[in-house]
Write a protein that binds this ligand. Structure first.
Ligand code: SF4
Ligand code: SF4
Length: 283
């Protein structure tokens, strides 16, 4: 709240160095006004902005997020990063809507370095809209604890979501580059499946031989391992890529994919030694 009691949203913009930042700079030099509570972060390309940046910003108190890039086909990189921003924002809006957050709290615009006055107009319009919406969660009717829980749940799934949707997220199609086509890239059903049917991977302590093949191939070091000891998937680190499932030999079949059910509790210390005992016996 401002000193006059009027709601002042916390708004964050992540804007590309080459175009939108130039537009913001021209806006400042030209003395066009927009609310000082909008804080800007310069990134080299709008394609650098990740789903995780957006969700972390909301989880840390932002009421709205702005992403600004070069106009389509004006990106300074090849392949063009602003296509990545377009599909990422499209997916992010659907995820926000799925967890009950008004997707209008996230806005993407293309602004060239010569569009200082347009940058100010966009900022003023967006700020007014968010002032009217009120603090994050208020217009949505979600309590603070519940809001945090929902944001955290999706944030944890982001690596998995990016893996599952990598083709669409990398779509660079000038023929579809109008916002509507990209808006329709992800259906409500797809989003629901992503969230509700995200699998977990679990290692059965009765079957694991402690051979370390899965741990050696896990891309994020999410398997707690020691030779000849039962391995354990660290569910907090696991990105649900499924590599361990294929890495484990079919003769052991120790890795299980679990969908729609809780993961069994971690293996107790005395059972971690089982594989070692079995192997000693085998030796
Ligand atoms: S889960 Fe499979 S691959 Fe991993 S250590 Fe156990 S037996 Fe080896
Ligand atoms: S699913 Fe992927 S990230 Fe998770 S433990 Fe297995 S290999 Fe590692």
């Amino acid at each position: 709240m401002s000193s006059k009691g009027k709601f002042e949203p916390k708004m964050l913009g992540m804007i590309c160095n080459w175009c939108c930042y130039g537009g913001a700079d021209l806006c400042g030099v030209s003395r066009f006004q927009y609310p000082a509570y909008i804080k800007l972060i310069r990134v080299m390309c709008s394609g650098r902005v990740d789903l995780k940046h957006i969700f972390l910003a909301f989880a840390n108190g932002a009421d709205a997020m702005f992403v600004g890039g070069c106009h389509i086909n004006d990106c300074h990189y090849n392949p063009e990063g602003n296509y990545d921003a377009l599909s990422m924002v499209s997916l992010c809006k659907k995820l926000l809507a799925y967890i009950g957050i008004n997707p209008k709290r996230l806005r993407l615009e293309w602004v060239s370095a010569g569009e200082g006055i347009r940058f100010a107009a966009i900022m003023n319009e967006f700020a007014k809209e968010i002032e009217q919406l009120g603090p994050l969660g208020k217009s949505e009717g979600i309590k603070e604890n519940e809001l945090q829980a929902r944001l955290e749940k999706v944030t944890k799934l982001i690596p998995y979501i990016k893996l599952k949707k990598k083709e669409k997220l990398a779509l660079h199609d000038p023929a579809l580059a109008d916002h509507q086509s990209y808006k329709d890239l992800f259906s409500g059903e797809e989003i629901e499946t992503l969230i509700l049917k995200a699998p977990s991977y679990w290692i059965d302590p009765e079957k694991c031989q402690g051979c370390m093949s899965c741990a050696a191939r896990c891309p994020v070091d999410a398997i707690v391992s020691a030779k000849l000891q039962v391995h354990v998937v660290d569910q907090g680190k696991c990105i649900k890529c499924g590599t361990c499932l294929t890495a484990c030999s079919s003769k052991f079949g120790a890795v299980t994919k679990i969908t729609g059910a809780p993961v069994p509790p971690p293996t107790p210390e005395d059972r971690i030694q089982v594989a070692r005992k079995n192997n000693k016996k085998a030796a």
